[in-house]
Design a binder for this molecule. Structure first.
Ligand code: AMP
Length: 213
């Protein structure tokens, strides 16, 4: 099964993708994670995209399509969860071609709806465990008092450089301008399933499971 998790920054795509990896043995392909990794490892591409990402703008289609293409040629297991990709119509067309080349297809596009006020609240309070990626929220799910991640016991927590009010404003503008047209694109193809992404993590996971059937 191949699915896309579609939604604005802070909708919970990464959190739900990790759940699906555990529950269904699928492979999470997050272009945001791939780009952050390129930055950390100091590659030429990582240096090229750093400023663009920190400003909250989109990286060029060629770069992200190249990253996805490379990963899709590896292990398939229970299929792919595309998280944060595609973000433009050109990326969506490219993904269609890549899947076709692999003799595969898209099974569902899950649109996760969350209103802007909740997104801002979630993102500006967000931190993650540097070791396992578990997501915390200063208000609704604070880091454990003993300073150890509840999931893996790690003690390194990080906040994303672009999780600040100014970059977030730009990221939301990019989403509405360039990514939200994908909702109509996939609706027209009959792939779209819309869910409420505002609830608790377990409730959202249940909605996704129901949508996937
Ligand atoms: P994310 O972790 O998905 O929120 O992505 C973080 C940042 O990486 C975005 O704000 C963009 O700068 C860049 N990025 C991630 N995925 C894409 C994509 N599919 N197309 C263009 N830029 C992307």
């Amino acid at each position: 099964m191949n699915i896309i998790l579609l939604g604005p920054p802070g909708a919970g795509k990464g959190t739900q993708a990790r759940r699906l990896v555990e529950d269904r043995n699928m492979i999470q392909l997050s272009t945001g994670d791939m780009l952050r990794e390129a930055r950390t490892s100091g590659t030429e591409m990582g240096r090229l995209v750093a400023d663009v990402m920190d400003r909250g703008e989109l990286v060029t289609d060629d770069i992200v399509i190249g990253l996805i293409e490379e990963k899709m040629s590896g292990d398939h297991r229970g299929g792919f969860i595309f998280d944060g990709f595609p973000r433009t119509l050109a990326q969506a067309d490219a993904l269609g071609r890549l899947l076709e080349r692999h003799g595969s297809a898209l099974d569902a596009v899950i649109e996760m709806q969350v209103d802007d006020t909740a997104l801002v609240e979630r993102i500006t309070a967000r931190s993650t465990c540097a070791d396992c990626g578990e997501v915390y929220n200063d208000i609704t799910k604070p880091q454990p008092a003993d300073g150890k991640c509840a999931k893996c016991g790690g003690s390194n927590f990080k906040r994303r450089a672009d999780d600040n009010a100014e970059s977030l404003k730009q990221r939301l503008m990019e989403y509405y301008k360039k990514t939200s047209p994908l909702i109509g694109y996939y609706y027209a193809k009959g792939n779209l399933k819309t869910i409420d992404g505002l609830g608790e993590m377990d409730a959202v996971a249940k909605e996704i499971a129901a949508a996937l059937g």
